[in-house]
Ligand binder design. Structure first.
Ligand code: LMR
Length: 319
């Protein structure tokens, strides 16, 4: 047995960048609990939330080096590893709803994408939802023209960069942990988030306007260091896989609920005006952003994009 596993219990450090009280935070805690129960204490999962241990970019490196064993980075954060296909998830308006999304993440296309991580020393275990994103800023964002010249924080994704540029916004990549302060000090004017992330980071306190655009999706791949995972005793791996299946259900249920609750809480806090775009306004935004699909297709890979279109019944000729 490798020496790492001679120790008892086996420690899995699970690092993430969001608050404890988020879909990912709650699902990570649930996984830790079930992992301990199902392995009868052979495994102890230590969860480190809120970028406490590592920020976005560092956590990927830490995983590859084996300083942590488990992460759940957002899908937008895998391209810097060279797995650009993951940026397909960032394409604006590619998913109409959770049904479209789950057809990908819970089907063969999703599994194929996770497999691509193996050559990077990473094993993908599951997809966890967060949700569809809203836009926020200190000015109302109703029509595509309203984005002109607005400095928007984005995750490190070329697709998100192109998405913001498509409406004349000025995208700026920042670590998640730096976003609140950047909004507060005016380094950037606005950003995009699922409501649960916006609310738990208190971004609504420094954003006067929010538009429920649901223009794109933010979710996670739960990943482990491949060498560590492959070296686990088979019964332990099986128990952890079971814990992961259960945690995925929790993650997705919580995500759905938390994002609705977060919007209500932002409203109740009274600092942000929430705008629900009309169908017509949403369509104009879709039309403005859709060229990004074509523009990014050679980067992401046409095959991946077409596979997603197929399972979600997205017809690009209708745009
Ligand atoms: C972000 O950087 O906006 C998100 O990826 C944070 C997260 O993990 O939900």
């Amino acid at each position: 047995m490798p020496t790492a596993f001679a120790q008892s219990p086996i420690i899995i450090k699970f690092s993430h960048v969001v608050a404890v009280d988020t879909p990912k935070g709650k699902a990570a805690e649930f996984f830790a609990k079930r992992a301990a129960e199902l392995t009868k204490g052979k495994v102890k999962v230590e969860v480190y939330p809120n970028s406490q241990l590592y920020k976005d970019k560092e956590e990927m490196e830490a995983l590859q080096l084996g300083s942590v064993q488990m992460l759940a980075p957002s899908l937008s954060k895998f391209a810097p590893l060279g797995v650009k296909e993951f940026e397909a998830f960032d394409l604006p308006f590619i998913f109409d709803d959770y049904n479209d999304l789950h057809a990908v993440t819970q089907g063969p296309v999703g599994a194929k994408l996770l497999k691509k991580l193996e050559s990077r020393g990473i094993t993908g275990l599951a997809y966890w939802d967060n949700g569809f994103k809203v836009m926020s800023a200190n000015k109302p964002l109703k029509s595509p023209e309203d984005y002109k010249g607005v400095k928007m924080r984005i995750q490190s994704s070329k697709v998100l960069d192109a998405q913001m540029r498509s409406v004349g916004a000025l995208p700026q990549v920042l670590a998640f942990s730096e976003t609140y302060q950047a909004l507060q000090t005016g380094v950037v004017d606005g950003t995009e988030n699922p409501p649960s992330n916006l609310y738990t980071q208190k971004m609504h306190e420094v954003q006067k306007h929010l538009s429920i655009t649901n223009h794109g999706y933010l979710g996670y791949a739960v990943v482990v260091n491949k060498k560590f995972w492959d070296g686990l005793p088979a019964d332990v791996r099986a128990a952890l896989n079971k814990a992961m299946v259960e945690s995925t259900k929790v993650a997705n249920d919580v995500a759905f609920q938390d994002n609705q609750d977060a919007l209500a809480k932002v409203k109740a806090a009274g600092k942000t005006t929430i705008y629900q775009p009309t169908l017509g306004e949403r369509f104009l935004l879709k039309k403005a952003m859709f060229p990004v699909h074509k523009q990014m297709s050679s980067r992401i890979g046409e095959e991946t994009i077409n596979e997603i279109y197929k399972v979600t019944n997205f017809d690009p000729t209708k745009m």
